[in-house]
Design a binder for this molecule. Structure first.
Ligand code: IMP
Length: 438
């Protein structure tokens, strides 16, 4: 058995979708453990593009068990839409099943409204959320007023909880945000229909995972967002509202840490960020624009242009530490093709004036300090050859191999796979993590 956690090492959008899809071939069970439809995985199979926000990408394969774990926040409308869009393509395959944890929390219409109203009110200090109600849903979870999937399945309890919540949320919406209130009957009726639609998928998914572990199945825990959007360890407050580090795979899926065999960190060959917050290696020049255009750096959830910059190894190394990453999957290296020189950031210069300067190799906690950090760059040679057809490490130009080696040296972690294009086959597999673990 190999139970592997996959997480992003940057600010999300590292190309996890493709990697999870690839590893899903080897896995029997694929589990999402945090976040909600703020995530968006774009998958390209047989030239057909699929964007999934909630359902694990394993759903595209046969003989898979796909799980939405208890650490998630689920918008039932979005989930049903996703199920229906897959059904139009005759998916899932007959032997693939979908399961929803009955302890996952629901995203309610007032969460979405509050998320957007709060962002509008904040103006310059806004987080730049995806506007999907993620933060307010997690707020209710932590304040113990949230409504869970198990509540959705019991109409009486659901309506009681909805009534209590609406009283408070409408007060906030109307009196504080100056918005229209939400309507109890409208929400109750809609959610009652959705409850019937989702009922067959819901249950205790922790037990399902335990059975799979005992049966010696391969389990893949699919993280959403990235380490530096983590609520505890990210660039707070410009983060998401869940924990995105590997440790939360256990909590959010309902499995013990002793069952985990490996942690794979997805690292894009450069850095991107959507939304606000400090970004030490951000490029506001032609190179940044090139990366944005060539890498098609638009958010798959909101369509927003992603901010782009050089690969920040200070961030990646920190992610290796925070999640105990055992192997790296390097993505979108083909986007760097054609650049004369490639820069990687190995440290942050803090302080004003030469005498008071300090170089650190970690991301400071205070975003004001991060905002003042200047990148310390190492320059590597670029390459101009088309690498999208490379299928083994030897087929990559020397400069690309050096780039990969440097990432290994700085992180003291092996690169397992290099993605050289969006397609499933556009991949150089160096080591297969499922075959490394017995
Ligand atoms: P929220 O998760 O919608 O509350 O957004 C909080 C921050 O996380 C914003 O900066 C978003 O742009 C960012 N974010 C949330 N989900 C993703 C993702 O899947 N990829 C990249 N950024 C994300």
């Amino acid at each position: 058995m190999a139970n592997i956690i996959i997480i992003g090492t940057q600010w999300g959008d590292e190309g996890k979708g493709k990697i999870v899809d690839l590893y899903s071939h080897e896995a029997d069970v694929i589990v999402r453990f945090q976040g909600g439809n703020n995530a968006g995985h774009t998958l390209v199979t047989n030239n057909e593009k699929t964007i999934l926000h909630l359902i694990p990408s394993g759903i595209l394969h046969d003989h898979k068990t796909c799980i939405l774990g208890s650490g998630m926040v689920i918008n039932p409308e979005v989930l049903i839409e996703e199920i229906e869009r897959l059904a139009e393509r005759n998916l899932p395959h007959p032997n693939t099943t979908l399961h929803i944890s009955d302890s996952a929390h629901l995203i309610m219409p007032y969460h979405v409204r509050i998320d957007n109203a709060r962002e509008a009110k904040m103006r310059s200090g806004k987080i730049g959320t995806t506007g999907r109600g993620i933060g307010p849903a997690y707020e209710d979870k932590v304040s113990r007023t949230g409504i869970r999937i198990c509540d959705l399945l019991n109409e009486e309890i659901f309506n009681q909880k909805l009534k209590n919540n609406i009283e408070e949320k409408n007060h906030l919406l109307t009196n504080y945000f100056g918005e229209e209130p939400v309507d109890f009957d409208e929400i109750s009726n809609k959610y009652s229909v959705w409850a019937d639609r989702l009922r067959p998928y819901c249950g205790n998914t922790s037990i399902l995972i335990e059975r799979s572990v005992k049966a010696g199945k391969h389990i893949l825990f699919e993280g959403a967002q990235g380490t530096h959007l983590d609520i505890d360890h990210g660039t707070y407050p410009f983060v998401t509202s869940s924990s995105t580090v590997a440790g939360n795979a256990c909590s959010g899926a309902g499995v013990g840490p002793t069952q985990i065999s490996a942690v794979i960190g997805i690292c894009k060959a450069y850095t991107t960020r959507v939304g606000s917050g400090p970004f030490v290696t951000e490029l506001s020049d032609e190179t940044g624009q090139k990366l944005q255009e060539k890498g098609k750096e638009f958010g798959s959830t909101t369509g927003r242009k992603r901010r782009c910059g050089w690969l920040d190894m200070v961030m990646v190394r920190q992610s290796v530490r925070l999640s105990g990453i055992t192997g790296i999957a390097l993505t979108k290296i083909d986007v760097l093709t054609g650049l004369d020189k490639i820069k990687i950031c190995t440290g942050y210069r803090i302080g004003k004036g030469k005498d008071r300067e300090e170089i650190v190799d970690y991301v400071p906690s205070d975003i004001k300090v991060i905002g003042q950090c200047k990148p310390v760059y190492e320059e590597l040679p670029g390459w101009s050859e088309d690498i999208s057809t490379a299928r083994s490490i030897d087929e990559l130009p020397q400069a690309a191999r050096r780039f990969i080696e440097r990432i290994e040296e700085i992180t003291d972690t092996k690169v397992l796979l290099v993605s050289v294009g969006p397609g499933r086959n556009e991949t150089v597999v160096i080591r297969n993590p499922f075959r490394l673990i017995k």
